[in-house]
Structure formats: structure tokens, C-alpha cells
Design a protein. Structure first.
Length: 550
């Protein structure tokens, strides 16, 4: 049982931590001599922090992040909108910022907990082949030493220019209308549509230190003459991004004088009451021109090789979803790999990786692209229409709240793959604070562990009901929801294999309609696989045979 991961960016590091937790022998291979050390990604959402929580690293990462950021959209000296989410449905702030080199160091340090994980820096994959038994790699070190490696599966986390993807001849392309419709409607398309031209856009990206106090929001400067974005991050850092026009050359914009002038021009468009908060000239630490794409790989898998992160998809930065999508890829795939390698699941389970992740990624790409096109047009007529659209939204309370709470972002729902028909099936389980029978109040995930969980309403009978499928073999945990705090106090204190909780918010019992006969199965990645009554147990068990060994 061995998995090789190529690429030690955030996606590869998270995948290595997840496989290490599962006890799978894992080799993390990186062509650079060490971590890249480049601050590319800068925002992490509540789903990303929940994945960090599953790794046991959330507290450390939160301590080194700016949590619960607001996003302000500014045009012609006035606010178009303020995005200020107050809800934390998954137990974490919806918008936070970080410094990527520090984040990667924390992920790398996390690997020291797992003897089954080894890291190999300064190693380049020269050649790879695969057959029905495994994947075979030939590698070369920076010193010129060649060595070979065989593994059961290979995870390509080697970035947007993925050499593995190119050798597999998997194309990146922009999603077409039919594919977008399929992803929104939950249709699992098998035939790839015709290739479409890649969409790209150049932006000047500047990382600077200005010793701010970290209280500033993320600001989108919606100026059609020069759209720009400012993102604060820890330790006085600030990211500036400026859209470059098609006729402009890169070189002049890499001059510090140009950059400082562009920063002051952007600041001059802030609302009048904010004009006094002009920042002093920042110390420029890094400057580069990035070309942002909106593309997805035609396939996320070729037999025993999987594409994750930027190797599988590239998207504009406006939704802050590039790195977060890579973390979701790793979280979705690694628990499935672990079950297959341990002989608890059939290889068919691995087919659900593409079935679930690719449509969701397409929805995120569409969201990011539409957000950028709507927020950052360069035509003044479109900017005029945008401003009036935002002003009208602000007049309608429901729409204003929908926008402020960031409900425009696609929800984490899998409409195909390992889920069953039903309103809530495929959605991510909420994470409220829950009370336990031993008197603790903790986030829900603290008691769920890393496997399947079976939720039921406790009705005073301590007997553990059985399902047709042998969940015990998969290490499933039984969770009993008490409907009141008094009921929790009457629940058994030491019931083998069962945990009793009370959710004061009522979110969990609402999913089960308060019915003790209903069962909810939650996957290791916190997505709801099925909610069903007793009459559906046989049908559920019959379908699960395809994926799990009983």
C-alpha cells in the first residue's frame, strides 16, 4: 500500500497529511530543493479551514491568519457593496487571509507526526508508466542520481504546468455551455464537449509590507480604467493586484515607480471618509505578472493517476477559490484511496472522485469568472450598469443580506457520485457547537473522527440499531442526537460504540426531521451521503455493495 504525490504545494501537502492520518505509506516528491516559498494563494474559506481542522492543524493556522475579513467593493468614491459574513455554517469564518509560505511550513511540519510519510525534495520525475498492478516512476535528483519508485497510485499535484498532465495528454480547456449546464443540473456527462479556447487575463501582482494593523478589509477597486484589488494578510503584509490591458507590456509595470503610482491612484478612489487612511508607501517585497486562466482538465484521472489542484483546474482569483478547490480535491480523494488500499472498498469508489469534483470545480470556475466580469469590467458603459445594479440590490433587504452573507458562492454540494437522491444528500454537513454527555461543548467535528458517521435521533432506547450494510467494518461511529438538554442528561454515559450529543441550534435534528426512525450517513469528508427511513435501507445497502466490501 503506497501512494506517491508529486508536488509539495498546498494541495500535495494536505494530501500527504490526510494519507498519513490514514496510515498509508506516502512519498511526497518535489522537484524544488525545498518549498517554493512564493506567496501565491492568499485567502482561505470556511471549507478550507474545516479541512485544516480535520488535519489537526486548524488552531495553528488560524493563529497565523487574519480571520473573518470583510470585502468592500468601491467605485467612484462610494461603496457598491460590503461583503461581511456573520454566519459560520461550517464552524469557521468564511473569508480569512494568510501568508502562503507560512501555511506551507505548517503543513510540512504536520507531516512529522506520521512515520509512514516521507518527503523527497530536489527530485524530478523523468518518466512514469502504469499497468493494472501499479505506477512506476523513474526520478532524478538535482545531483544527477537516478532512482526508481513503484506505487499503487500517483497523485499529480504539480501545478498549472503539470508535466504529468501533459505526458498523459490531458487538455485544459474552458468549460462550454453544455458542460456548465450539466454541472449546475447535476447531470453526469460522459462524453467531453468540443475543446474551447482558453480564457486568460494578465494581472500585476505585488506583495508589500506596510505595517498595517490588520484590520483593513479586502478592497475591490472597481475602476474600469484600472481594476485593482487590495488584500491584507498577516504581519503587516498587503497584496496588490492590477489588471493589465492587452496592449500593455509587462516590463514598465515591474518598475517600483509605476507600482507606487498605481497604488496611490487606487487609494484615491476610496470613499471620502476613508481618504484620510492613506497608506504610507509600502515596501515592495515581490512583483510579478500572472496570467489567470479559467480552465479545467478534460479528465481528472487516467487509471491509477489522479490530477489534483492546479494540475486539474485553473481559475480567476476573484472568488479566492483556487487553493481552496485543491484542498477539496485532496479531501475528497484521500479517504477513498485509503479505503481501497486497505481492502475495505472496491476500486469503483475511486470513480466518484471525478464525478463529484469536476462538476463542482466547473461551478466554482463559472462563479469566479462571472464575479470578475461583473465586478471588474473595463468598459465604462458596463461599469455604469454594474454600479446601478449594485445600488438597486442595496435597496432590497433580502438581496442585500444574500450578498453580504456571501450566499452567492456555490455551496459545497455533490450532485453525482457517492450520494443518494434526496434534498440534503450530497451537501456538506453543518458544524454547530454541540454538547456531549460528559459535559463538554465542542465543535461537531471534534467528535466525528476521520471515518463514516451514522446519525439517529435518540428516543430513550439505548439499543444500537443495525443497518443492512456492515458499517462496523468501515469503522463507522454511531451518533445519537438528543432533542433536549434534559434528554442528553438521561442518555447513557458509557455506551460502547455510540456517542450522545445535543445540538442547541437544532440544525442536525432538522436534517432528520426529528424522526427517530430516520438515519443519516455522513462520509469522512463531512458530506451527507444519505438520509433515509427504514423502508429504504435495503435499496441503500444494495447500491453500497458496488463501493464497499461487506
Amino acid at each position: 500500500m503506497r501512494v506517491a504525490i508529486v508536488g509539495a504545494g498546498p494541495t500535495g501537502l494536505v494530501a500527504a497529511n490526510l494519507l498519513g492520518q490514514a496510515g498509508i505509506e506516502t512519498l511526497l516528491i518535489e522537484r524544488n530543493a525545498y518549498l517554493a516559498g512564493q506567496p501565491r494563494a492568499i485567502t482561505i474559506d470556511d471549507e478550507g479551514l474545516r479541512i485544516c481542522q480535520a488535519l489537526g492543524l486548524a488552531d495553528e493556522i488560524r493563529a497565523h491568519s487574519l480571520l473573518q475579513r470583510e470585502a468592500h467593493y468601491v467605485s467612484q468614491g462610494r461603496y457598491l457593496a460590503r461583503i461581511s459574513p456573520t454566519q459560520q455554517p461550517f464552524g469557521h469564518p468564511q473569508i480569512s487571509t494568510f501568508y502562503q509560505p507560512a501555511l506551507e511550513e505548517m503543513f510540512l511540519s504536520g507531516l512529522q507526526r506520521f512515520p509512514c510519510v516521507s518527503t523527497h525534495f530536489g527530485q524530478t520525475v523523468e518518466l512514469f508508466t502504469q499497468d493494472e498492478h501499479g505506477v512506476y516512476l523513474r526520478l532524478r535528483s538535482h545531483e544527477g542520481r537516478e532512482w526508481s519508485l513503484d506505487c499503487d497510485y500517483l497523485l499529480a499535484c504539480d501545478g498549472g504546468r503539470s508535466a504529468i498532465r501533459q505526458q498523459l495528454q490531458i487538455a485544459l480547456r474552458a468549460p462550454g455551455p453544455r458542460e456548465i449546464f450539466s454541472s449546475l443540473a447535476g447531470i453526469n456527462k460522459r462524453k467531453a464537449p468540443p475543446r474551447r479556447r482558453q480564457r486568460s487575463q494578465r494581472w500585476l501582482v505585488v506583495d508589500a509590507i506596510d505595517h498595517g494593523d490588520g484590520t483593513d478589509p479586502i478592497i475591490f477597486f472597481c475602476n474600469p480604467a484600472r481594476p485593482a484589488v487590495m488584500v491584507p494578510y498577516p504581519d503587516g503584509g498587503r497584496r496588490w493586484e492590477f489588471m493589465l490591458k492587452s496592449h500593455e507590456q509587462d516590463e514598465p509595470w515591474l518598475d517600483d515607480t509605476y507600482i507606487q503610482k498605481a497604488i496611490q491612484q487606487a487609494l484615491s478612489t476610496l470613499p471620502e471618509w476613508d481618504a484620510t487612511r492613506q497608506l504610507t508607501a509600502p515596501e515592495i517585497m515581490r512583483k510579478t505578472v500572472y496570467t489567470f486562466h479559467a480552465t479545467v482538465a478534460e479528465s481528472f484521472r487516467v487509471e491509477r493517476i489522479f490530477l489534483l489542484g492546479d494540475a486539474a483546474h485553473l481559475m480567476p482569483p476573484f472568488g479566492g477559490q483556487g487553493m481552496n478547490s485543491g484542498l477539496r480535491d485532496a479531501y475528497n480523494l484521500c479517504w477513498k484511496l485509503a479505503l481501497v488500499l486497505r481492502g475495505q472498498a472496491t476500486p469503483q469508489l475511486l470513480q466518484t472522485y471525478q464525478q463529484e469534483r469536476r462538476p463542482h470545480v466547473i461551478r466554482i470556475i463559472v462563479f469566479s469568472s462571472l464575479l470578475g466580469n461583473f465586478i471588474m469590467p473595463t468598459q465604462r458603459a458596463l461599469a455604469f450598469l454594474r454600479d446601478h445594479a449594485f445600488l438597486n440590490i442595496q435597496r432590497i433587504v433580502a438581496l442585500r443580506q444574500w450578498l453580504s452573507e456571501m450566499q452567492v458562492k456555490p455551496q459545497p454540494i455533490y450532485r453525482a457520485g457517492l450520494r443518494f437522491p434526496g434534498r440534503h444528500n450530497g451537501r456538506m454537513l453543518p458544524q454547530p457547537m454541540v454538547h456531549t454527555s460528559d459535559g463538554q461543548k465542542v465543535p461537531l467535528d471534534h467528535i466525528l473522527g476521520h471515518g463514516f458517521s451514522i446519525f439517529r435521533i435518540w428516543h430513550g432506547d439505548a439499543r444500537t440499531e443495525s443497518d443492512n450494510h456492515d458499517w462496523n467494518q468501515l469503522g463507522a461511529q454511531s451518533i445519537y442526537l438528543c432533542l433536549t438538554r434534559d434528554a442528553l442528561e438521561r442518555a447513557p454515559r458509557l455506551q460502547s460504540g455510540a456517542t450522545y450529543i445535543w445540538d442547541g441550534s437544532g440544525q442536525l435534528s432538522l436534517l432528520l426531521k426529528g424522526d427517530p426512525s430516520m438515519v443519516m450517513i455522513v462520509r469522512p469528508d463531512r458530506h451527507i451521503m444519505a438520509i433515509y427511513p427504514p423502508s429504504q435501507r435495503a435499496r441503500i445497502a444494495k447500491r453500497l455493495v458496488r463501493y464497499f466490501h461487506s
